[in-house]
Design a protein around this ligand. Structure first.
Ligand SMILES: [Fe+2]
Length: 169
């Protein structure tokens, strides 16, 4: 059995690992997209936000007296994530990537809701505020992805039916 404090610190570390995972996924996606510049720009913008989020969570851990020296080591413990590898094989990488990104954003939304509740319960108001700010960025990204999935799908299918156009990325 962990104390509430131990569990809370573990969740902050999990959130940090999640952001590192997001950074890996977003930077690999952004680097591969060629024909959907608006999607690429949005992902690059969120990649910057993600790097800042990881740094903010690291500061929350430090402020609470947690050890940040092992943060990199536990990044691999975060849930295994497809990263659109299936899409790469099937030729619909941009669609699989957008769907996976949306799913990951929702995981992030849920993570920060949990962290805000835990921070409030333990009286860590600075972390609660930080997580609320990050939560808004995740919700905005999730909303953008959801709102643009239909339009992206139409463009993808049109490109796929045009022989001289590349549709996959
Ligand atoms: Fe994030």
């Amino acid at each position: 059995m962990a104390t509430a404090e131990e569990r809370y610190m573990e969740w902050l570390r999990d959130a940090h690992a999640m952001e590192q995972q997001a950074e890996t996924m977003l930077s690999s996606m952004a680097g591969r997209i060629q024909n959907y510049p608006d999607v690429r720009a949005k992902i690059e913008m969120h990649l910057d936000q993600t790097r800042s989020q990881a740094a903010q969570i690291e500061r929350c851990i430090e402020r609470r007296g947690g050890d940040t020296s092992t943060l990199k080591d536990i990044a691999g413990k975060v849930m295994a994530f497809g990263q659109g590898v299936g899409g790469m094989m099937m030729g619909d990488e941009i669609i699989k990537g957008a769907m996976a990104s949306y799913a990951f954003e929702q995981l992030e939304v849920a993570t920060y809701r949990v962290l805000i509740a835990a921070a409030d319960k333990l009286g860590d108001t600075e972390t609660s505020t930080t997580c609320a700010n990050i939560l808004r960025e995740e919700e905005e990204m999730a909303r953008w992805l959801l709102e643009n999935l239909g339009n992206l799908t139409e463009r993808y299918l049109e490109r796929e039916e045009t022989p001289e156009l590349e549709a996959q990325t």
